[in-house]
Ligand binder design. Structure first.
Ligand code: FEO
Length: 407
């Protein structure tokens, strides 16, 4: 069998006609993809009409065309549903509209603007839909659910009530090319969490609203546009409820970079002390750490310890990058602390506070030492670990040391 032309019937007359991208190494030009990804598109065949739900990334248009033609003919397409206008799902819109003379593009009002701008689809070939609208394919109904900001402002879901299939585009996705269905990828939950951290975490509130909207639906198959199709959707929906609610665990991330070993020693002492207190600790040496792994742990970590020496009056660039990542991903962190060292002039701690301060994270304290990590310095690290641990565990009376402990 030519695997790249595999078509899967995921529900009655509903076919996966997407593409597997085994070779893609990063998403958004910075998130590593250890297992590649998929661009899932689905063909829904009713008695009278056929609809294609989303398309594929550039480079996979022909593959999409060939797969659709295995089930029907692309020329016969009546509707092209665009749940999301980002090019990994909508790049083939102009191609499909060109190949399908009778097709109408179905999207939200904001999606229509994007379709006109990016895909040059004329007004006369666009059907704008909103919550409660539906189209009848003949024994198959496509019902539309506006789900903005998941992950752009125009996003929506499409629900097929006869077969209880929800096409959620980016939402509930995972970057992996492994497995057609959720139960065929053992590590899927971790990958889905990583994806959530990278893509959806900044949109927790819109995510909660979308979950409320789909609550009444009896979903049997959850068909996102990246990664496997869920034929057991309950668990991932439950996880999304927790993640979007910003539930954190007694868990800390220690992310550090060190040039001559001083910050390394402090960071590891902090990690040991927290772990000894029963706190789950994830340690990332920022030299070579996988950004996706950090994003995954940020989903439910309660605290971040950032470690960096001072380099030319500020944070080491890798630590500055990690702090910027926290800023853009908007994790539900409650507490932070800083560890650092310098030889002749500080500055890293100040910059760390400037970056983390406006994020509504309680900065519990900082230890920024001049010179080697001697006994006195390690004593300060131990004090800070105790204060942070108490905060993480929700204890009262912890000593918050902020600006005054910064050199
Ligand atoms: Fe998978 Fe927002 O595109």
């Amino acid at each position: 069998m030519d695997e790249t032309r595999h078509v899967e019937e995921i529900a009655d007359s509903v076919y996966w006609v997407g593409a597997r991208d085994w070779d893609r190494k990063t998403f958004d030009a910075f998130i590593p993809l250890p297992q590649g990804t998929t661009y899932n598109a689905y063909l829904v065949k009713g008695r009278e009409h056929t609809a294609l739900i989303d398309t594929v990334n550039p480079g996979f248009w022909k593959q999409l065309h060939e797969k659709v033609d295995k089930v029907d003919s692309l020329k016969n397409l009546r509707y092209l549903v665009m749940n999301h206008a980002e090019p990994d799902h909508a790049s083939a819109v102009p191609y499909v509209m060109g190949e399908s003379p009778d097709a109408t593009l179905v999207t939200t009002a904001k999606g229509a603007k994007m379709a006109k701008l990016y895909s040059k689809v004329p007004d006369g070939r666009i059907l704008v839909v909103k919550d409660g609208d539906a189209i009848d394919l003949g024994g198959k109904t496509l019902a539309f659910i506006e789900a903005p900001w998941l992950h752009w402002p125009e996003t929506m879901f499409t629900y097929l009530p006869e077969d209880r299939v929800l096409f959620s585009c980016d939402y509930f996705g995972a970057h992996t090319a492994f497995g057609m269905y959720d139960d065929e990828n053992e590590g899927l939950l971790s990958l889905a969490k990583r994806y959530y951290g990278e893509i959806m975490m900044p949109f927790g509130k819109p995510g909660q609203k979308a979950l409320e909207k789909i609550e009444p639906l009896d979903i049997r198959v959850l068909a996102p546009s990246h990664g496997p199709v869920y034929r057991n959707p309950g668990k991932i929906v439950d996880e999304y409820r927790r993640w979007t609610a910003g539930e954190t665990k007694e868990k800390a991330i220690v992310a550090f970079v060190s040039m001559w070993g001083t910050t390394d020693r402090m960071a590891k002492a902090m990690a040991e002390a927290l772990a000894n207190d029963g706190i789950e600790v994830c340690v990332f040496n920022l030299q070579g750490a996988d950004v996706g792994d950090i994003a995954r742990e940020l989903v439910d970590a309660r605290a971040l310890v950032l470690g960096s020496p001072t380099v030319l009056g500020g944070l080491h660039p890798l630590a500055a990058y990690a702090a910027s990542l926290v800023k853009v991903l908007r994790p539900p962190l409650k507490y932070a602390a800083f560890l650092g060292s310098y030889g002749w002039g500080g500055g890293a701690a100040r910059q760390a506070l400037e970056l983390l301060g406006p994020l509504r994270i309680d900065v519990v304290g900082a230890v920024d030492i001049n010179g080697p990590a001697d006994g006195e310095a390690m004593g300060k690290v131990a004090d800070l670990a105790r204060a942070l641990s108490a905060k993480i565990k929700g204890a009262t009376g912890a000593t918050a040391r902020t600006a005054e402990s910064i050199a």
